[in-house]
Design a protein around this ligand. Structure first.
Ligand SMILES: NC(=O)c1ccc[n+]([C@@H]2O[C@H](COP(=O)([O-])OP(=O)(O)OC[C@H]3O[C@@H](n4cnc5c(N)ncnc54)[C@H](O)[C@@H]3O)[C@@H](O)[C@H]2O)c1
Ligand SMILES: [Zn+2]
Length: 1610
């Protein structure tokens, strides 16, 4: 079909008609351009999205039209396509385009088409503005935003990493061609984004345009999102243009016209053009914090509402207008608050604090000082001034803040009059009645609220009626459809609007089937709504032949309603009416439309709740022409006649709302009149003034339609001994706050108010009885609960204390408003949280409280809002604590046989704390044994006493102790409560977990323990949950299914203990110890190994090889899989894996649960699972925890408080590879990560070019410099490997033995070090051994082996000299010096050549290690250290558990020999905690000299040979270290009586030839643990290397190498 000549429309700007609108106008635009703007070259610049969709068509048109027009040479056409997105609006892309133009030989005789959205328009416009000092260009905007906004006005710009649009020019396009047909391919979100600007323009400029938008939402959306395509080029000519297209054109053109007008009159933005910034001041502030997660228009939408609220607050704008604006914005799918589901879905729970928003607002160039320039609406379509107005910061803060502070109302207030909003009940009923009715009805006084909005939207979707507003929104005109409806094309989302849900349930039963079979009506709501009951109504309707199905939880929304042509059948309907009268009203309202026979409604269940509401419904039905006949026994007969709409209906004020201003008069001793409700009201709550306030001591004056209350003097309200509020249940909250401040009628009389008849309030927006008790309690008010009410004790006003963290409102408007009544007298100012919840019934409450009731209000921002769904108001304390204190006493619980006592003792020993045992304490205190006690008093008495003992012990030793408990202690509720309490106070309770099979095996073997009457398995099953509930840490004892008795051997326990020790260090934040001292060494770069095993057990034997060169091990929890066969839960599996890792490696663990969208395997949807695994990780005491910042902030905040000593890594991965390092997005991610106060930030990009690696490295350098916070910054992908080489801190690495790489492009630590050497980041270094004779030394072998396996370009050589001469000094001071070992005879002499000596080396009096410490800008300093003692220390420590004595403090230590090494041995014993230390040497004076040298540090006994003789009192050692050189047989110095006692100990030999000396043989024969000299040497060497290069070695393989060589020598 040939292209029709399109019908176009023109808009003039800056004096000429250069804006052209229409559908399918490519041909037109080319003909127009080619004939009016002749050029030798035309260039189309567009993005790849549009290239696919439109470029071919555009080019075809170009060629056709240019041929058509030309007689001679055809003009040249070039195209240039760039990637889509804001990232392209950069200097780089601008330069690319310019280079392309130059390369193509473009001259001034060139015209550019900018075909695309605002990005293309801004960028290409700027190119045109500066290329050859300006060339002509034409805008072909393709997004709605570009059409109505960015293409018009001549502003062009690009972004820089620092800001949006800071560089640009004013450059007007020659033409702007708006082809609305291209909107059909625009993604919905982009269309909606553009609508924000359209709504904005109408809102500031033209009421009629706004009405078009208000009423045309559905059609306009359809025109773009569901276009009709009956003919080709639909809409090009008027004949084929649909009504929806026409409307779309109309609103777009209106918007274009306004912008053009404004630009024409103020091209350079000096005044009027500022009006176009409506919604943008606050919108930009939000955008600044959440970009790119929200689009510009989405932020502006929220900004418009906030700015309108500011106008409302200042009294410039009515609530009706705010409501209309809100609903109009929502109608197009735009968000209106930061709490919107839509917003949450995109930004998670990122919280934008008022301070942050104000900060961004402050830098807005249009502002000044403490005033901001914001456009003030004064009505729909009009503004207060012809420019933005000055608004003070206070007001902005007040509107933005999520919480409000209500201060005491100033005293001596004059009488006030206040009209509360219309009744919600009456509004909702009136809407249903008028919609179902025939004819037009004008409703006035209608409540403008979420509830009525939900109702309006739903009725519109059902086609039940059409609505329009009159009198600036004061009147709603309802054109009823007489009960005719259709199935809505999407679900009816009812939020938390209870009335709407109940009423609409029966309404939706009336909907007939549609032509499409299977279509159903779906009613749904928010999370809370999905818990509110609706079953009685559904039961009644189902019994009547309707089909309503629960789609999720039984008895609640969401519902699926099957349409039947018979609708509501009618006849007798039975309904249980004791929970909510809304069910009754729901059926009553729809009953006239029964099809088969008239409805007879029989209310069952005895008591009918809220009769007044039923009466209200019946009375209102009468106003709409239907008379309900009330029969005896709660039965109603409803005739089958349709409603006839009255011409007008006035909605009365909400009586519950009226209680708040009246109560403020009552509590503050002032006068208040409510003019639109009185004694004639149908609403039960209208009785509040007469039945509650009057008896409390107020004067009440009432007419049929008005009520006035005069309060008694402040502080003199009287309590009501009993008040039944059944007829006004919603007002009980107001009554409760008044009851909280009563004074007894006569001194000493009772001061208690008892409210009954309000049981239904437990199932309202929240459990209101619980909520009131909880919140009143925070002020110090005493309350209690009865089955159907609440008891409140009166309290002195002066001593009421407002809660520090504010009143929580549970998303319940009544809670918020009633507490603002109380707050108007409470001294000091009361914070009311979630202030927005009042919008449900009284959106202007806070404004009215301030301006009409003369209250005083300020703002408060308490950070992340509390969870709105926490409506249950839990009374019992849960154990969640603010984190354990480091010196808190450690309590150990767990099953019997799990090792509580031995592990408890071990903990006491390592932490040097006293040990207590609940059982012992019990027996000691009561002077009995436990079995005796049980025999005499029975089990319950024992458990009770046990709980008492526990509480006593915790009170007595709250800090610095270790307490072990009996296995069954958790069986008692009071003990459990005591544990939880203790945790809340910062205590530590560790649950020791051990595989139940092992426990059974262990207990069965141990015949000294009586068997349980019950199987261990059953006991465990019963207690498991209790243990978990009572602990805040968990330690898995063996972590590996131990088989048989070997499991119990010393080595096994030693492993468990060192595992436990590390765990203790993490949870107690103990600064000293193995882990801490190792981590102090800062190697550069550092690495972590990502373990990708589904189960790490098989890999454990290779762990030391795998982790070679790594500083941390990452456990990728998301990759773990527990085998189905093992029968253990996933959590237990993970716990085991953590424990196994810790057992087999002493590297810190980085615990990571990575979701699919971040390149892992954990399902993105299962946030709950992820969060609970993270918390578990903290319970298991891991050293590092990875937290994805993409998680909702509230979920992150659940995890962080438990962190203890664990370091938090805030991580973010750009797996899609769309974010560049120099973009705002990456900056925003850094900021977001920073906002959770992590210990490390990890940002991972994806490289598509080498440049990305340099950008990344530059980003890292900049941020590391600016913030003293470690940053891991790298790129994934093969192209990104360089960034892994360049990254300095904790680079993730792989190993060839791993099953898969954790991420694409991962390298091994060795690869990286070799690469760093190659690129000059890691210079070669030289190490030496100084001493003589040293030719036999094993050190070069040892160190060179390890340097090589690590990939370090280092060499270790011998340097044999007689003295510490110049050659030694020269080597040490040379630039490539890496470090040295020093041996006999230079250990002392070398000291004078060094710059610093460590404490340890000073104490020992010898240096065996020289470490050059780099200094920035200066030559390195030489530090002398000693690692000899470390070799001895750790080798003894590894064997400690095989000794008979538990604590080193009680051990006896002996050092043989008095040479240099003996000093290191003595020092090692001292550091282990041994107090009884002796030395023996053949020449006693020498021994004495050594002992004397430690005089200031510790005592050393000098033994004579006699002392060592058999049977001597001095024997009985636990630790013996021989330092006698290997050539002297040390054992000849004494006989085996040293080892002969009953005790078992550890013998350490320092000589290493021969490998197994006689000394060791004697020790072994006595059953002692033995340590060979070679082992000490390797251990020591490992420490030496660690000090030099900051890197551990694979001790095992070094040891193997050494053994080989030694074996060869022997
Ligand atoms: N100069 C001004 O006065 C002014 C005013 C407002 C905004 N802006 C600028 O406009 C830019 C935002 O413009 P935007 O919202 O148009 O975003 P955009 O240009 O990034 O376009 C949005 C997305 O829609 C795609 N797209 C565009 N038209 C399409 C179509 N017809 N069918 C399918 N996909 C299509 C694009 O490829 C892109 O992915 C910002 O950089 C902003 O600063 C400038
Ligand atoms: Zn804008």
């Amino acid at each position: 079909m040939s292209h029709p000549n399109p019908h176009i429309q023109k808009v003039s700007i800056l004096g000429s008609e250069t804006i052209i609108l229409g559908f399918h106008i490519f041909d037109y635009l080319l003909r127009d351009t080619l004939s009016n703007f002749k050029a030798s070259t035309y260039v189309v610049v567009t993005d790849t999205n549009l290239q696919k969709l439109y470029l071919d068509r555009f080019l075809a048109s170009f060629h056709r039209i240019s041929q058509e027009l030309s007689s001679g040479t055809l003009p040249r056409l070039l195209t240039y396509v760039i990637p889509p997105g804001e990232e392209s609006k950069s200097r780089a892309v601008k330069a690319e385009i310019e280079d392309y133009f130059l390369a193509q030989g473009c001259t001034r005789d060139t015209l550019v088409f900018a075909m695309g959205g605002g990005v293309i328009g801004d960028l290409v416009g700027f190119v045109a503005a500066t290329f050859m000092r300006g060339i002509p260009f034409v805008q072909v905007p393709t997004t709605l935003l570009a059409m109505v906004d960015s293409s018009i006005g001549g502003k062009t710009a690009i972004d820089t990493p620092m800001a949006k649009n800071p560089i640009g020019a004013f450059w007007q396009p020659k033409r702007i061609f708006i082809d609305l047909a291209v909107l059909e391919t625009l993604p919905e979100r982009e269309f909606v984004n553009g609508m924000a600007e359209v709504i904005k323009t109408a809102a500031i400029w033209n009421h009629d345009d706004f009405v078009l938008l208000e009423n045309g939402a559905e059609a306009i959306r359809d025109a773009v999102l569901k276009p009709v395509r009956n003919v080709e080029f639909q809409g090009a000519i008027l004949e084929s243009r649909t009504a929806a297209q026409q409307l779309l054109l109309q609103v777009v053109m209106a918007s274009v016209a306004v912008k053009s007008y404004v630009v024409t009159h103020d091209e350079r933005e000096t005044g009027m053009r500022g009006l176009l910034n409506f919604g943008h001041s606050i919108g930009h502030a939000i955008e600044g914090l959440v970009t790119p997660k929200l689009l510009h228009g989405e932020c502006v939408a929220i900004g418009m509402i906030k700015e309108a609220e500011i106008a409302r607050h200042c009294g410039y704008l009515s609530q009706v207008a705010v409501g209309r604006l809100t609903r109009c914005i929502q109608a197009y799918g735009l968000p209106v608050t930061m709490e919107d589901k839509f917003v949450k879905n995109h930004i998670g729970n990122q919280y934008c604090s008022v301070d942050e928003l104000m900060q961004v607002l402050r830098v807005d160039k249009k502002n000044m000082g403490s005033q901001k320039r914001i456009v003030m609406l004064s009505g729909i379509g009009q503004t207060l001034e012809q420019k933005p107005s000055n608004i003070s910061d206070d007001i902005i803060r007040k509107v933005l803040a999520a919480s409000t502070v209500v201060h005491p109302r100033p005293i001596n207030q004059p009488a006030v009059t206040l009209s509360p909003p219309g009744s919600k009940s009456i509004s909702n009923r009136a809407l249903v009645l008028a919609a179902l009715g025939q004819g037009t009805c004008r409703l006035t006084g209608l409540l403008h609220s979420d509830d009525t909005q939900v109702m309006l939207t739903a009725l519109t979707k059902l086609g039940a009626a059409t609505f329009e507003w009159e009198n600036n929104g004061d009147t709603l005109v309802v054109h009823g459809n007489g009960g005719k409806m259709h199935i809505p094309d999407s679900e009816l989302y009812l939020g938390n609007a209870g009335t709407a849900a109940r009423f609409l349930t029966t309404v939706s039963v009336l909907v007939p089937p549609s032509s499409i079979s299977g279509q159903k009506t779906i009613l749904t709501g928010n999370a809370r709504m999905k818990q509110r009951p609706i079953a009685p109504l559904i039961d009644a309707l189902t019994a009547n032949g309707s089909e309503l199905k629960y789609m999720e939880g039984q008895g609640c929304l969401p519902l699926e309603v099957t349409p039947f042509s018979h609708g509501l059948a009618g006849g007798e309907i039975q309904l249980a009416a004791s929970i909510s009268s809304q069910y009754v009203s729901s059926i009553l309202l729809c009953a006239p439309y029964a099809t088969k026979e008239p409805v007879t409604l029989v209310l069952t269940g005895g008591q009918v709740i809220s009769q007044p509401y039923i009466d209200m419904t019946i009375a209102m039905m009468k106003s709409f022409g239907v008379n309900v006949e009330a029969l005896p026994n709660n039965t109603y007969r409803i005739p089958q006649v349709h409603y006839v709409n009255p011409a007008a209906y006035l909605v009365e004020a909400d009586a519950s709302s009226a209680t708040y201003p009246l109560a403020i008069a009552a509590i503050t001793g002032t006068t208040c009149t409510v003019p639109n409700i009185g004694s004639a009201s149908l609403q039960g709550d209208a009785g509040f003034a007469v039945n509650v306030l009057r008896p409390m001591g107020c004067t009440v004056v009432q007419t049929e339609t008005s009520t006035t209350v005069i309060g008694p003097a402040i502080g003199t309200l009287k309590p009501l001994a009993h008040i039944d509020m059944e007829t006004m249940t919603d007002a009980f909250l107001t009554a409760s706050v008044l009851a909280a401040v009563t004074q007894p009628a006569t001194p000493g009389a009772e001061n208690i108010t008892r409210i009954s008849g309000i049981a239904n309030q437990r199932v309202k927006e929240c459990n209101r009885i619980a909520a009131m008790m909880h919140e009143l309690g925070k002020f110090g008010v005493t309350t209690s609960e009865t089955p159907d009410g609440i008891i409140v004790h009166g309290h002195d006003i002066a001593s009421l204390t407002p809660p520090k963290d504010g009143v929580k409102c549970y998303d319940d408007h009544r809670v918020a408003m009633s507490f603002s009544v109380l707050a108007s007298v409470v001294p000091g100012g009361t914070i009311i949280r979630e202030k927005k919840c009042v919008e449900k019934t009284w959106p202007t409450w806070w404004d009215d409280l301030e301006s009409k009731l003369n209250g005083r209000i300020t703002d408060a921002d308490l950070g992340v809002p509390s969870d709105h769904h926490d409506y249950e108001v839990k009374s019992s304390s849960s154990k969640k604590s603010a984190g354990a204190k480091s010196d808190a006493t450690i309590v150990v619980i767990g099953m019997r046989g799990a090792g509580k006592t031995s592990m408890g003792r071990f903990a006491a020993r390592t932490l040097k704390r006293p040990f207590e045992d609940v059982d012992h304490y019990f027996e000691k205190t009561l002077s009995t044994t436990i079995p005796e006690f049980i025999k005499e008093h029975g089990w319950p008495a024992f458990r009770e006493q046990e709980a008492k003992m526990l509480t006593e012990l915790l009170a007595k030793y709250p800090t610095k102790h270790v307490i072990s408990c009996g296995g069954g202690i958790v069986e008692t509720a009071s003990s459990r409560e005591a544990f939880k309490q203790y945790i809340t106070q910062g205590g530590v309770v560790i649950h020791l977990v051990r595989n139940i099979n092992e426990i059974e095996a262990y207990l069965n073997r141990d015949t000294t323990r009586p068997m349980y009457g019950e199987s261990m398995r059953d006991v465990w099953a019963r207690r498991e949950a209790w243990y978990r509930e009572c602990c805040n840490y968990e330690f898995v004892v063996a972590g590996q299914q131990l088989k048989g008795i070997e499991a119990e051997d010393a080595k096994e326990w030693a492993l468990v203990e060192s595992n436990f020790e590390r765990f203790l260090k993490v949870i107690t934040r103990a600064g000293k110890g193995k882990y801490a001292s190792r981590s102090q060494v800062v190697a550069k770069p550092t690495f972590f190994l990502s373990l990708t095993f589904p189960d790490i057990s098989p890999a454990l034997p290779h762990l030391s090889k795998l982790t070679l060169g790594s500083d941390v091990i990452e456990l990728r929890v998301d990759l773990l899989k527990s085998s189905d066969a093992s029968g253990i839960s996933f959590r237990d599996h993970v716990a085991q894996q953590v424990s196994l890792l810790r057992r087999h490696s002493d590297l810190p663990i980085l615990y990571t649960v990575r979701s699919v969208s971040q390149g892992g395997q954990w399902p993105d949807k299962d946030i709950d699972g992820m969060v609970s695994l993270l918390k578990d990780g903290l319970e298991w005491g891991v050293e590092y925890l990875d937290v994805e910042i993409g998680l909702p902030r509230s979920r992150i905040d659940e995890v962080l408080p438990k962190k203890g000593n664990t370091l938090i890594v805030a991580s973010w991965h750009d797996c899609k590879g769309t974010v560049r390092w120099n973009s705002d997005t990456m900056e925003a991610q850094y900021k977001l990560a920073h906002s959770i106060s992590p210990d490390v930030i990890k940002l991972i990009g994806t490289a598509t070019s080498m440049k990305d690696n340099f950008d990344c490295s530059e980003f890292a350098a900049r941020h590391t410099k600016a913030n003293d916070l470690p940053l891991i910054a790298m790129n994934m992908g093969a192209q990104g490997q360089l960034s892994r080489v360049l990254n300095n801190y904790l680079t993730p690495v792989t190993h060839k033995l791993l099953p898969v790489k954790a991420a694409p492009g991962q390298l091994t630590a060795r690869d990286i070090l070799i690469a760093r050497n190659a690129v000059g980041l890691l210079p070669a270094k030289q190490f030496y051994l100084f001493g003589t004779p040293i030719r036999q030394s094993l050190s070069p072998l040892m160190h060179n082996t390890s340097f090589q396996s690590l990939g370090l370009p280092y060499t270790y050589d011998l340097h044999e000299t007689e003295t510490v001469d110049e050659s030694v000094v020269a080597k040490m001071r040379s630039k490539d010096f890496g470090g040295a070992s020093v041996t006999i005879p230079h250990k002392i002499d070398v000291m004078s050549k060094l710059d610093e000596i460590t404490e340890e080396a000073k104490a020992i009096g010898a240096v065996n290690t020289v470490v050059p410490v780099e200094q920035e800008g200066k030559p390195s300093i030489l530090v002398g250290d000693n690692t000899d003692w470390l070799g001895i220390y750790y080798q003894i420590e590894r064997n400690l558990s095989s000794t008979s004595v538990a604590q080193p403090q009680q051990m006896k230590g002996l050092v043989l020999g008095a040479g240099g090494t003996s000093r290191a041995a003595l020092y090692a014993l001292h550091r282990l905690g041994v107090e009884d230390i002796s030395i023996f040497n053949r020449t006693m004076v020498k021994a004495q000299a050594v002992a004397d040298s430690f005089k200031n540090l510790f005592d050393v006994k000098v033994l004579s040979s006699n002392d060592l003789l058999k049977g001597s009192s001095a024997s009985g050692f636990d630790l013996v270290v021989s330092t006698v050189p290997g050539t002297i047989e040390s054992a000849s110095m004494f006989d085996d009586s040293v080892f002969g006692s009953a005790k078992k100990g550890v013998a350490v030999e320092l000589a290493y030839t021969p490998r197994f000396t006689r000394f060791l043989k004697m020790a072994q024969q006595s059953g002692w643990a033995t340590v060979e000299g070679g082992q000490v040497l390797v251990e020591q060497g490992g420490w030496q290397a660690l000090k030099w290069v900051g890197r551990r070695w694979d001790l095992e393989s070094v040891q193997q190498q050494m053994d080989l060589v030694q074996a060869g020598r022997e």
